[in-house]
Ligand binder design. Sequence first.
Ligand SMILES: [Ca+2]
Ligand SMILES: [Ca+2]
Length: 167
Amino acid sequence: MTGCIRDAATVDVATPGTSIGMQAAFLRNDGKIVDLTGNTIIIFEGASVNDNLFVVIFSRNHIPVISGNAAAQSGDVYTYNFSTGENQARGGANGHKDLGSGVWGMFSGNSNGDFDVNDTDKDINWMSEVGTSGYLSSDVNMDGQSNNRDKNDMWVPNKGKLSQVPQ
Ligand SMILES: [Ca+2]
Ligand SMILES: [Ca+2]
């Protein structure tokens, strides 16, 4: 995945032009994001925040999400937890998904890595890869295979969802 930080007065104006840093990171299966060495504090060299820091997450197979609120600051460290509620992402239930048990996460099913989940994700990527295994764009549940579970469990329920990240 790619983590991006944006510096803006409010999330609604946190457009790409407000980006003050972007880097690759890992999204662990427990939902935590770590840098490429596993550190939970991700360092953006040289970045300084004038207004508020908003966090954008671009993840393979999901539509991008942006923090609904400014990240909490403690010295030079900013923290944010998307998973604790609907309004932790911009757009609320349109921006991310209730995964159950009070945990919110990103919408999956976006096999082509753009900003929405629509027919293109199925008709091009899934149709051309279904039945195969490997590192596949249409393997949206990330089990190493492209099959009906990716379509029925991930793409179908999320079809029509559009990223709420300001563009
Ligand atoms: Ca898509
Ligand atoms: Ca799969």
